[in-house]
Design a protein around this ligand. Sequence first.
Ligand code: SAM
Length: 264
Amino acid sequence: MTHRARKRFGQNFLHDTGVIQRIMQAVAAHPDQAMVEIGPGQGALTLPLLRACGRVDAVELDRDLIAPLSDKAAAAGTLVIHQADALKFDFSTLARAGSRLRVVGNLPYNISTPLLFHLAGQSDYIQDMHFMLQKEVVLRMAASPGGGAYGRLSIMMQYHCRVTPLFDIGPESFRPAPKVDSAFVRLVPWGRPPVRVENYTDFDTLVRQAFAQRRKTLRNSLKGLLGENDIRACDIDPGARPETLSLEQYARLANRLVTTTQGR
Ligand code: SAM
């Protein structure tokens, strides 16, 4: 029976063999690596991954895809499918002793941002991640301060990982074709984050609030968290807009927040 792609599961199946080959080259999977695929779908990436490394753990939400995929995969290697929502999945359960996870996925675009945050929170167990995403999301993840693409996603992803956009893919490589361009990206969690953050929850709160209304100046957007004097004490102009600050400057503000709350 043929499967009807489901929009609510963000199903755009990859069919372009050239693109699949480029993805496989970029991932460079080897036997004995703990390979995890998010959203295997009909197996466009799963089968070559299995051939390269012998075993893949896959997390797939759509029950209807599971039996056909298991059948297809049987000859290629050991495929363990976890029927689950990747947004709620505890990836640490898949980490094997001594080897961190290599995570791959042509992600459902409708949940990609919360999924990236969910994975970033589990980055201690992850060696690297290779994802197909909406191109605009990749541009936002990799953006530098000053531009319109720079925001909370850039800061939080760059705090957790080295973000390397690899190549772009047009809609015609998928069935059905999405309405947007796509890009393939590599994320490598830092052993140690590039900036020192004393309290991660404060850092998260501060960045979230700074960008809640990105047209506001810091003095206005950070009201209730930091006063003008606190911002100045970090050597930052309270009249600056949130998109002009670097990751390091956000870490400085968050660490100031820790000091001021401790002083209360
Ligand atoms: N990997 C396949 C490919 O490249 O052709 C399918 C990619 S398709 C863009 C996204 C896949 O993620 C679908 O198989 C879809 O059912 C699955 N999916 C959607 N939401 C999910 C979720 N919350 N958790 C796990 N898988 C999900």
